[in-house]
Design a protein around this ligand. Structure first.
Ligand code: TYM
Length: 336
């Protein structure tokens, strides 16, 4: 049985990195796997949130999933906080996770920065909640961008340690699926930094809600170097900004980086950028239009999330009961 679980945080708007690194792969995978796609709203609480903005972002991420092509009938699409078993399993797993494992998490170190003592406990425990998300559904595969690799390794370690401790084969060890050409999309302002929602500069990222003019403007302003485009992937890799733009082009047009490099070998950046604008707008404009249409009927999004949440909760309840039985938590009246 192959089952996928993956999710995105409803913090600010989704960007091209989220789309190319994850969402687009999900759309392709839904034909071959039983899939559960989650809006991980509890994870978003690790950052300061305005309640009204958060509520809107949760709906917007759900709309983005559907606009990109995720079918809410064929897959389970829901928001994390609708299913309380995520928090419950997270607690149980946190009691089975050595602090030393969490101390190695690079994302915590980056996000907490110098204010480590002031960082909230949730930010520190974040990867355990992520492991709980996955293990609650006994997911076997997790399609994510490269930045989530370490968290996925931790989820595997937690699952393996739990199984060994109790001598059971309860949790499958989830496999990361880091797919496609653009597993790590970089900032348009700095080819050595990841494209991220938290970057101060709007020009560092293309949002899934940007209109054609904004996309064109951001790509035209994207940092480059003075040389024309290289002729080999090897030369490309020495030039972070060029590499990033070529990678984005390749991913958007569904070809390999090598094919893109060959096609634009020796081209000036201004010409290459025009082609990049075309393919970016062509890909994103229909998705943005569908997102806007979906967001016009918030009641319908809520209805779909609730229906998905009911289906997720049914599975979560069964699996959490198994966990409780294994570890010896009494479920009064349940007969064990
Ligand atoms: P989040 O919300 O930061 O990102 C959502 C997905 O987008 C990918 N991604 C990128 N891919 C390529 N280039 C980039 N610049 C880029 N930025 C983001 C991420 O790798 C991710 O796949 N912890 C997760 C959310 C989560 C989760 C889970 C994922 C919570 N529980 C369980 C999988 C399974 C996160 O913060 O993703």
């Amino acid at each position: 049985m192959n089952r996928i679980f993956s999710g995105m945080q409803p913090t600010r708007q989704l960007h091209l990195g989220n789309y190319l690194g994850a969402l687009r792969n999900w759309v392709a995978l839904q034909d071959r796997y039983e899939c559960i796609f989650c809006v991980v709203d509890l994870h978003a609480l690790t950052q300061n949130q305005e309640p009204e903005v958060l509520r809107n972002n949760i709906r917007e991420v759900a709309a983005a999933y559907m606009a990109a092509g995720i079918d809410p009938e064929r897959n389970i699409l829901f928001n994390q906080s609708y299913v309380p078993q995520h928090s419950e399993l997270s607690w149980i797993l946190s009691c089975h996770t050595p602090i030393g494992w969490l101390n190695r998490m690079t994302q915590f170190k980056e996000k907490a920065g110098k204010q480590r003592e002031m960082a909230n406990l949730g930010l520190y425990a974040y990867p355990v909640l992520m492991a709980a998300d996955i293990l609650l559904y006994k997911a076997t595969h997790v399609p994510v961008g490269e930045d989530q690799k370490q968290h996925l390794e931790l989820a595997r370690d937690i699952a393996g340690a739990f199984n060994r401790h109790y001598g059971v084969d309860l949790f499958p060890l989830p496999e990361p699926q880091i797919l496609g050409e653009a597993t790590r999309v970089m900032s348009l302002r700095d080819g050595t930094k990841k494209m991220s929602k938290s970057d101060e500069s709007e020009y560092s990222r293309i949002n899934m809600t940007d209109d054609a003019d904004t996309i064109a403007q951001k790509i035209r302003k994207a940092k480059t170097d003075p040389e024309p485009l290289p002729g080999t992937v090897e030369d490309l890799e020495k030039r972070p900004e060029a590499d990033n733009l070529v990678t984005i082009y390749a991913a958007l047009s569904g070809e390999s980086r090598a094919a893109t490099v060959e096609r634009f070998a020796g081209a000036r950046f201004s010409d290459f950028k025009s082609s990049l604008v075309d393919v970016a707008v062509e890909t994103l404009a229909p998705i943005t239009a569908r997102m806007n249409a979906l967001m016009a009927d918030k009641g319908e999004i809520d209805r779909l999330l609730r229906a998905g949440g009911e289906r997720a909760a049914a599975m979560a309840e069964t699996h959490l009961a198994e966990v409780k039985d294994v570890i010896g938590l009494l479920r009064p009246g349940a007969g064990s």
